[in-house]
Design a protein around this ligand. Sequence first.
Ligand SMILES: Cc1cc2nc3c(=O)[nH]c(=O)nc-3n(C[C@H](O)[C@H](O)[C@H](O)COP(=O)(O)O)c2cc1C
Length: 364
Amino acid sequence: MKQIDIIEYLPTIIEELKKGILVNTKNGDKTNSMTIAWGQIGIEWGKMFFTTYIRHGRFTHEQIEATKEFTVSVPLERTPEVAKAIGYIGSRSGREIDKLSDMNLSLLEGKEVKSPAIKELPLTLECKVIYSQEQNIDNIPQEIKDSCYPQDVPSDNPMANKDYHTVYYGEIVNAYILEESDFAEVGVNNGTVVNAESGNKSPKALWITLLSILLLLGIGSFVYNKMNKPQTYRTIVREEMSSVYSSTGLVNDSRVQNFVNKNPEILNRVAITEIRESFSENNSVKTKNVAITLRNKTDKPINDLEVVINVLDKKGNVIEDVDDEVKTLAPQTDYTFNLPIKNDKGVNNGVNEGVNWELSEIKD
Ligand SMILES: Cc1cc2nc3c(=O)[nH]c(=O)nc-3n(C[C@H](O)[C@H](O)[C@H](O)COP(=O)(O)O)c2cc1C
């Protein structure tokens, strides 16, 4: 693992936080992660903190209350697998399930804390909670109460919007980027926390492991070459993220956060119930397909309902708008707006590297 200077990595951490990163906890045998898009890095009492905002009903809240520690995992590459894991972990509670092994993530026990580091999201901050604070509800502006705490989704739902947040100040006691070699000795462990020291093997065992890997690679490439016929036409459709939301606004999804803050009124009439992303490639034209499902919550039809998204470059500048509309959305029904982003705009060198977008308008 490579120790890092946090200040050097601040832009990366904040940029990734906007899209969703992970807070991980371990209490006894129970390891869990949740997705966060709110947080801060800063200095107080001469110490450096990662400050995280956790709603009361989250299982993570229980874990941090019990252990007073957590780790933060930041991806350095948002592959479809990583994006899928972040979506899954942010839309289910770990109270009854093991989200980390469901997503086949490889874990390593922290050095200064028990909470794990995650190979697939290698930038890791180990944090010890030395202070926490309940939000003072009376000081929260009404506009934010309406958009972030509308009180219609109960605490036991991962999309709960009823509970307020506890602010946990985690002193950053260690910061590093995991490397492949950290896992060479312990192997891939699919959701089980492994301690690097306890995984030490003898030199003989290491040689046997190395030779077995080489043998398997040889067999694998032989079989692959036999099977892989040349392709002239290829279509990839890969689900990157699918999260179901039932609240009046996807306030926790960074791609709709500005929209919710800008124009919450329309969300009294429509609910954003789902956002799906997939990739397709057809004759070398790559497309990221964004599908946003809205529900007409009212008892009247809504005419000429239109959804607009802004496509952003890496610096967050708007490059273009993509829109889609429906003539009439009947009462209490869903409609999925399809918003394809093609790679012919030179966005981020192609859609497979991830196109950033955010919801710009819903209008009728
Ligand atoms: C992109 C994204 C960002 C989120 N940010 C936060 C956050 O900052 N604070 C929070 O309490 N919940 C946040 N959530 C919701 C939790 O990740 C979600 O409720 C999760 O299921 C909680 O898991 P747990 O019950 O296992 O702790 C976010 C979800 C998503 C998808």
